[in-house]
Design a protein around this ligand. Sequence first.
Ligand SMILES: [Zn+2]
Length: 220
Amino acid sequence: MTTKIEFELFITPLSQFHIGTGFGMGKFIDKTTSRDKLGAIYIPGSTIKGKAKYFGRQIAMSLGVDYCRDNQPCKGKPCAICKTFGSPLHQGKFFFSDAKIDKRLIKVLRKEEQENPAISMRFLLSTRTGTKIDRRTGTVQEDYLFTTESGMRGIKLTSKIYGRGNDFTFSDEKRIPFELLLLKNSLKLITHLGGGSSRGFGRVKLDIGKIYINGEEVDE
Ligand SMILES: [Zn+2]
């Protein structure tokens, strides 16, 4: 029987955060934060999943559970990490949607924008200019002035997480499969998302919403 798992993940940025888009122009490094069609900032599901996978490995290590490394993903039977988070060779059990700002808040802001163009979606972004430090010499490279565009703290983003599969690992009498426990505990260890954590960016608080397995709410 296929098991269907669903829950929401709430992300509250506690500092500004920056999720790179990888776009830059020459020497002027413009670090833009990822945005959706409406121009609102979001955190890609893959960013959250990647971070959770990192902590998943740490948990697996502390439990003495075997797992593979990124440079040598499982080829045959997947390990607990590949099974839960996926790898280039295995589809993981869980799918993460991009974490987005509440649509109602975006609607309010867009209405404001029409009435007062000065208040735009950029209201949700703040920019700061910095300089690049040459790691080798420790000096400031003046021509590497860059602007960092980052999401403002305190605005909650929500990601939906879905789990699907017919081979989840249920131990006796436990209604919550091992893969879900591993994922949940990995998510609880996340304190930062995105780049610039050394400059105090990307500190986040994560809260897990009600968990539904086959449409039924489960509590521990
Ligand atoms: Zn593996």
